[in-house]
Design a protein around this ligand. Structure first.
Ligand code: UD1
Length: 449
């Protein structure tokens, strides 16, 4: 996907107000893929109209699903009755986002075959899919690489005990989806237990799957013979919530995020508090209100699989360190190349040194200046936009095509809080009556157009 659009940000006042967030991008994509396991009409709620969701809609349609997306209601109806194992997935679409690999597990489970091009997605490291491939092979599947495509098939899948050498989110999800219809007991040892993985487990259980967790980090799946359609509300997006929490602290304001799943944001919230900011958590662990201190202290942190500090909030938390008092050391341990935003921040006058490929040392400065910058993945772009709020003058951020993959109406929401920000160029009026950029024109039936 290319974009002629840019994001213009000007020095903004402290942001104040309440912001509503969407359903979680990383949960909704895999949950949409999991519907392949069922035959009939499922309803998903809190589905964000983001670019990646439209890509997943296209993929499911290519497989034969019939889809209606009521965008104002954020409700997606997916009829999987006519899905077949012979649908051809357009490699161009598959390569545009990594979540496309997530159709492999359910296709294999329901049709015993899948044909998928090698995936794309954010440019944040090597991101191989060897764990997924090894797990499918261990379950008895054969994988042939033909013309840059993976052809996976299995006469019959067999339950197995699979050890993940690293708790990969995507591999855990794919193995679970392949195993739910496979007779016997499949065990994933050292599984990822991100909240989005648990949301998938909730959906699969609602379909009739038999899944349990075992201490310390294993998932046990007892295969069943059939799964049923569901009506399910996707969890709220902890990463979008974290983004607006950072917008509050960076700008020196106060923002309330009533739907923030605080119970899944513990380490992030702890780090924000260690900086001296005030974070109040709502009853039952839902909702946060963040109020910035005028004298933030620098904190160091290390990205880790959940419940550690999320890699997807690393770039954003780095912005909070730029003007903090002291020195922050940031270790990115999850993705290899996730510090590309550092060079961009240095163009704005931030004092950051990179050691090796995965460590950044940020020394607090009094201020930064606007510049023309480019973000290589969606969180980096969001982070650069927030940096623009405190930079003197105008900051031009490129990479809007990454941003719209996971954020809906980011500019609109920031403006409502007081930010001076706008998208320019290549603007297309969306069915949502908001302005978005370069979101592919949906092929689906739209309600509320
Ligand atoms: C998901 C999230 C992404 C998040 C990441 C880690 C979605 C759509 N995306 O990505 O936002 O940053 O989890 O929380 O849910 N790895 C291998 N071999 C594999 C699979 C992974 O070496 O077969 C490595 C990756 O290169 C990476 C690390 O494991 O360094 C973590 O990747 P993984 O947890 O699989 O991330 P994704 O599922 O791609």
């Amino acid at each position: 996907m290319t974009s002629g659009g840019i994001i213009c940000v000007r020095t903004s006042p402290a942001l104040y107000g309440v912001v509503q967030i969407e359903g979680a991008k990383n949960a909704v994509l895999v949950i949409m893929a999991s519907l392949i396991l069922t035959k009939g009409i499922s309803i998903l709620r809190r589905v964000p109209p983001s670019a990646d969701v439209f890509q997943m809609i296209r993929m499911l349609e290519m497989l034969g699903a019939r889809i209606v997306f009521d965008i104002p209601a954020r409700t997606l109806s997916v009829d999987t009755t006519t899905i077949s194992g012979d649908g051809i997935l357009d490699p161009v679409i598959v390569r545009t986002f990594r979540a496309s690999t997530l159709v492999m597990g359910p296709l294999l489970a329901r049709f015993h075959r899948a044909r998928v091009a090698f995936p794309g997605g954010d440019n944040i490291g090597l991101r191989p899919i060897d764990f997924h491939v090894r797990a499918f092979e261990q379950m008895g599947a054969r994988i042939d690489i033909i013309d840059d495509e993976m052809h996976v098939h299995a006469e019959r899948l067999q339950a197995c005990c699979f050890v993940l050498e690293y708790p990969s989110v995507g591999a855990t999800e794919n193995v679970m989806m392949a195993a739910v219809l496979t007779p016997g007991k499949t065990i994933v040892i050292n599984a990822a237990l991100e909240p989005e993985v648990l949301d998938l487990i909730n959906v699969l259980r609602a379909m009739g799957a038999c899944i349990s967790l075992s201490v310390p980090n294993s998932i046990v799946i007892e295969g069943v013979s059939v799964l049923h359609p569901v009506d399910y509300a996707v969890m709220y997006d902890r990463l979008e919530a974290g983004t607006f929490a950072i917008a509050a602290v960076v700008s020196g304001g106060a923002i309330e995020i009533p739907q923030a799943p605080a119970q899944h944001m513990e380490v992030f919230i702890e780090k924000v508090r260690q900086m001296g900011h005030n974070v109040r958590i709502g009853d039952g662990g839902t909702g946060i209100a963040v109020e910035a201190t005028r004298t933030p202290r620098a904190v160091s942190f290390r990205t880790m699989p959940y419940p550690g500090f999320p890699t997807d909030l690393q770039a954003l938390m780095m912005i909070a360190q730029i003007r903090a008092h002291g020195v922050s050391t940031i270790y990115e341990t999850v993705h290899e190349r996730r510090l590309s935003h550092v060079a961009q921040l240095m163009r704005c006058g931030a004092d950051i040194t990179v050691q090796g490929e995965m460590t950044a040392i940020v020394r607090g400065v009094l201020g930064i200046q606007g510049a023309e910058v480019v973000g290589g993945d969606l969180r980096a772009v969001a982070a650069l936009v927030l940096a623009g709020l405190i930079a003197e003058g105008e900051t031009i951020v490129r990479g809007i095509e990454h941003l719209v993959r996971g954020y809906v109406d980011f500019d609109v929401k920031l403006r409502a809080l007081g930010a001076v920000v706008e998208y320019r160029g290549h603007v297309q009026a969306n069915i949502n009556n908001t302005i978005t950029h370069n979101i592919p024109v949906p092929l689906v039936n739209i309600i509320g157009a």
